[in-house]
Structure formats: C-alpha cells, structure tokens
Ligand binder design. Structure first.
Ligand SMILES: [Zn+2]
Length: 378
C-alpha cells in the first residue's frame, strides 16, 4: 500500500519571514537562501554544486518548466508576489507558520503582513537575545532591567506569541553557567556603560546567562516553549559548542521542569537530540534547516531521530527565510524524507501502515498544535 502524506497539512514550527523584495533576487541572493556560508567564493563557486541545491533547482524547473537557474530567476521575477507565495505554500500544504522575526527584520514582511500575503495564520516566536539587547540599551537599574526584560518577553505582539527562542549557541555556546543574582548585578554594573551606547550584542557572561535562565523559568510559567538553536548554523556559531547534550543539566533540572524546550536543526547531533527527547518529558526536537541543507540524508536523519525519540517529540520546520522557495523546499524535504523513512519501517514490519500515518500526522501537525497551543487550528 502506498503511503501518501503529500496532502497532510503541515505546521511549519520554525521559519522566518520573506523579504519584501523576495522576487527580485539575482543568483547570489537566491543561493544565499540555501547556504549558511557567508563566503562569496562559496556562494559563487560551490553552492550550486551542492546536491540539495541541484535537487531544489531540478524540482523548481520541473514545476515551472524552466531550463536553467537564470531562466528560473527571470521567470520568478515576473510573478505576482502573493500568488507565487500561496502557490508554493499550497503545493506542500503549509497550513500555519511559527515565525522568528529576529532575522533581517527591517527588510522583511512584518508578521501581520506575512500572514496577509501567505493567507496562513502566522504565530510569533520571540528571540530572547533581541529583547535583552533592547532592554540593555536603556538607562535602567538592575532591578528595573530584570522587570522590564520579563515584561518585554511576554507582551502581546502583532500576532499571537506562542514561543520564545534562544540563539545562545551563537553567543558562547550551549554550555550555560548558573550565575547568582549578585554575580549578574555586578556584571551589569561593569558593562553598563558600554552597553548604553548604541549597538549592543550580548555574549557569554554572568548577566546574560542569569537572565536567559530567568527567561526559561518565565517561559515555563507563561506556557511558552523555548526553541533553542542547536547544531548547524553559520560561521558565528562554534559547532562543537552547539551540541544539545551540553544542556542536559538544564533539561534535568527541577527548576525548568515546567518549561518545554524545542531543539532546532540538531544536525550533526541528531542522535544526541533524540536521546534528550527520549529522557526528558519537556524536550522536543525539529530538524529544520538540516532536512533541506542535507536533503539527500533527510530520510536517514528522520529515521535516526525516530529511533531515539518518541513520535510525539518530533516537529517539522523549514527554517525558510527570505524567499518562499525556502519554506516550500524545507517542507518538501520533510514530506519526502518522512515518506521514505516510514516506508522503510513498514517494509521492515517495524510499524504498520496505520501507525506510519499516525506518526506522520503527529510530526507534521498534531505535535505543534498541542505544544504551542495554536488557537484556531485542529
Ligand atoms: Zn531559523
């Protein structure tokens, strides 16, 4: 019997918004959406020879009947923005999107605009570091800072806030310290003057880790899951410091027992992430970015995740950003990878056809709806 999940509605649990000028991309701009490298030499010479990029173009050229990368870029530049986005999202049945708007926010559609152009519910995932950096620019005492940080983390946004996110992997790694309030206050006084002037970037420090852990606790009280960047990312993140097992102490701690964590991306630490999910009730994982940037391994990655983690712990996400093809390709890779992985399990008699369909439904929508309490979706 064929396992057909193509029309299963997918909740994209981790993505970003689209550039306002998403149709006006040259080849460098378009390739940038499908690599984590910032090196122009990589983008000019190597990205188009990556198997995922060849696979992406091959699919797009078949759908749109174009023949080359340039041909496709010319074709897309003449499309109607709204119709093009909706057609791609319809093609892979994206039903709702949770958006982290901390990436290229100034040039991108706001969450409200993204909901309008995509014709989908768009929910907000708020970056803890962005909130903290905004608070640090203001003239506040330490107590006021703590209070203001909490207020800003949970205040209502343009669309429903359903999650927080940390990029601590980019800011010194996942091996978090546990500073006291006094240590954090002293650190604040030390750095206050430099943070008060214009640009501010938090890095591994007692103040940052103290407030990050405060945010984790607050998230537990507010019922907001915390997404954590783990595994692959751009050159800013030290890959060795992005192993989710480095956070085991946090996951095991009773202080954060009420906080749900979602490990994003995970590759190459898919096994470590799956084992965290198998051990702790409050740990979940997705494979966004990994299933598209390492698309030839997507089925293997999903099998590896499901070998460790219960099916109720895995969520689908595209990590799409800037152009709609990125969200589309991410979800295409999920559905294709899931189909292959589950088909193998059916053939090995590990699961029945019915169980395989249930697993796909869990991963593509049920888990996200339950975890993020997405209103209006069932
Ligand atoms: Zn992302």
């Amino acid at each position: 019997m064929v396992l057909d999940i193509a029309r299963f509605i997918a909740v994209d649990n981790h993505a970003h918004s689209l550039l306002r000028g998403h149709l006006e991309m040259d080849e460098i701009g378009f390739r940038r959406c499908f690599t984590e490298s910032r090196s122009l030499a990589m983008i000019e010479e190597h990205v188009r020879h990556s198997t995922h990029y060849m696979d992406l173009l091959d699919h797009l050229e078949r759908i749109f009947n174009t023949r080359t990368e340039q041909d496709f870029l010319t074709f897309r530049s003449k499309q109607n923005s709204t119709a093009f986005i909706r057609m791609l999202f319809d093609d892979v049945s994206i039903g709702a999107i949770i958006v982290d708007d901390g990436f290229r926010a100034a040039d991108s559609f706001s969450l409200k605009e993204f909901a309008e152009v995509s014709g989908r519910p768009v929910f907000e995932c708020r970056r803890i570091e962005t909130v903290l950096e905004e608070c640090l620019k203001r003239e506040l005492s330490f107590d006021q800072l703590c209070q203001e940080f909490e207020t800003q983390l949970t205040k209502p946004g343009q669309t429903q806030l359903v999650s927080l996110k940390t990029i601590c992997g980019y800011r010194g790694g996942l091996d978090l310290t546990v500073p006291s309030r006094e240590e954090a206050a002293q650190d604040y006084e030390r750095h206050r003057k430099e943070w008060g002037v214009g640009t501010c970037r938090v890095e591994r420090s007692p103040l940052y880790h103290y407030l990050l852990l405060q945010a984790f606790e607050l998230a537990g009280r507010a019922g907001l899951p915390v997404q954590i960047h783990t595994g692959i990312g751009d050159d800013d993140a030290d890959l060795l410091q992005c192993n989710p097992a480095l956070m085991q102490r946090i996951f095991r701690s009773r202080t954060f027992a009420k906080t749900n964590f979602v490990l994003l991306h995970c590759f190459p630490y898919v096994r470590e992430a799956a084992f965290m999910c198998a051990l702790y009730p409050n740990v979940f994982m997705d494979l966004s970015l990994s299933v598209s940037l390492a698309s030839s391994s997507s089925a293997a990655m999903i099998s590896e995740a499901l070998a460790g983690a219960p099916a109720t712990k895995l969520l689908a996400g595209s990590d799409g950003h800037s152009c709609a093809e990125a969200h589309w390709y991410g979800m295409l890779c999920w559905k294709r990878g899931l189909t292959r992985s589950l088909f193998d399990m059916i053939n090995n008699a590990s699961v029945t056809h019915r169980e395989a369909e249930q697993i796909a439904a869990f991963i593509l929508h049920d888990n996200a709806i339950k975890l993020y309490k997405l209103e209006g979706l069932a």
